[in-house]
Structure formats: C-alpha cells, structure tokens
Design a protein around this ligand. Structure first.
Ligand SMILES: Cc1cc2nc3c(=O)[nH]c(=O)nc-3n(C[C@H](O)[C@H](O)[C@H](O)COP(=O)(O)O)c2cc1C
Length: 198
C-alpha cells in the first residue's frame, strides 16, 4: 500500500514527530511505500477563508487544497498524527480537515457516515495525549472523540477501517514514551488494508 502520514507539529524534535517517524518505519518494514505531509514545515494555511467559500461547488479548486487532495488520491492508507489539544484537534489539523475534505470531493450527503465519494482507505489516528487512559475514559472524553471522529467525521472521508490510538501519558517518563513509540511502530507494521463494503 501507499501510506500517507499527516503530521501536525511545529517542532521537528517533538514527540509527535517521533511518533510519525516510528509509524512510517513500521509501515516500511511491512513493505509499504510512505509519504509524509509535514503541515507546519510545508506552511499549509489552515484558515478557511472567503477563497474557500468562493471555490466551493465550482469546477475550480484552490491550488493548495488540490495539492493535498492529490496526495490523498494516491494513498491507500492515511495516518494522522497530532497532539490532543483541549480534547480535540489542534488548529492546523482542524483547518486541514475543513479545507481539504470538501463537499463534492469527499462527501455530498451527511445522513450515512459509511458513505463517501472517496474510495475506501485504511485510516489511523495516532494521538499523543498528556492524560492517562482511565482519566479519559472515566470523564467520557474517549467516547466523545470516538463519536466525533470515528463515527462523525472520518467515515464520510472513506476511511475504512478506521482506528483511533490515543497515546496516553505522552508527557510521562522516558520509559513510557519509548513504549508509545514502539506501539506507533507496531501500528505501522500491522496496518490493515482498506475495507471494501457493498
Ligand atoms: C494547548 C494544549 C492543549 C492540550 N490539551 C490537552 C488535552 O485536552 N488533553 C490531554 O490529554 N493533553 C492535552 N495537552 C497535552 C498534549 O497532548 C501533550 O503534551 C502532547 O504530548 C503534546 O505533543 P508533543 O509531545 O509532540 O509536543 C495539551 C497541550 C497543549 C500545549
């Protein structure tokens, strides 16, 4: 498979960047080709603007959005790596999602989250988070993310199967961080193929 990794972190020495690298190493070891979209390094503009509104539904697509859509088009699997910020996506990923996965290209209806205009692609979210798993589960944050992302967003984009891996305790000990990096490698190594459903 061709595997596209989307990284959202301004610091190349960050834990998130290391997670993306480990995931890609695992995917390569499994025989996949890999491609990295480093959104901060590339200067992607996440602001949804009047230009996006004017391009919407027309035959024209903004050139930066088209570039992202072309990368997605050649991928069989997509991995998003971004740190959990306020129980949600950081602004870069949020803007990338808002601007790139457009009406008429990714989806055209919102009554069935298993239907997309895009072909099925294997999808993984690798999310460093400071919290512990019991904190997130007991407070309902994990269920909320599962609803908003797995049920409410990435199905419309054709990601199937889709896997949410929260990397709990990412600000913890070096031993903890090392085990999370090993997990990221394993997620790349064991990436599922796209799931075609009729
Ligand atoms: C602005 C901001 C908001 C954050 N919000 C959350 C949060 O809601 N839940 C959580 O578990 N961790 C939260 N964190 C912690 C980060 O998810 C964690 O530090 C992560 O490891 C950051 O990625 P990095 O290590 O690659 O820099 C937040 C950190 C920042 C800077």
């Amino acid at each position: 498979m061709h595997v596209l990794t989307i990284l959202d972190h301004p610091n190349p020495a960050s834990f998130s960047a290391a997670v993306a690298q480990q995931f890609m190493q695992g995917a390569k070891a499994a025989g996949h080709s890999v491609e990295l979209a480093d959104l901060h390094a590339e200067g992607f503009d996440p602001r949804w603007s009047m230009a996006d509104i004017e391009a919407d539904g027309r035959t024209t697509t903004l050139s930066d959005v088209r570039n992202e859509q072309e990368r997605i088009a050649r991928a069989d699997a997509i991995c998003l790596v971004f740190p959990l910020f306020w129980w949600g996506m950081p602004s870069m990923t949020k803007g990338w999602v808002d601007r790139v996965w457009t009406w008429g290209w990714a989806y055209n209806q919102l009554d069935d989250s298993e239907r997309s205009l895009q072909r099925p692609r294997s999808g993984v979210l690798l999310i460093p988070a400071g919290a512990r798993s019991d904190e997130m589960e007991n407070a309902g944050y994990l269920a909320a993310l599962d609803t908003a992302w797995i049920k409410g967003t990435f199905g419309y984009f054709g990601l199937a199967p889709r896997r949410l891996e929260v990397l709990y305790g990412s600000t913890g000990s070096s031993k903890r961080r090392q085990s999370l990096l090993e997990k990221s490698y394993q997620v790349g190594l064991t990436l599922a193929p796209p799931q075609h459903t009729e």
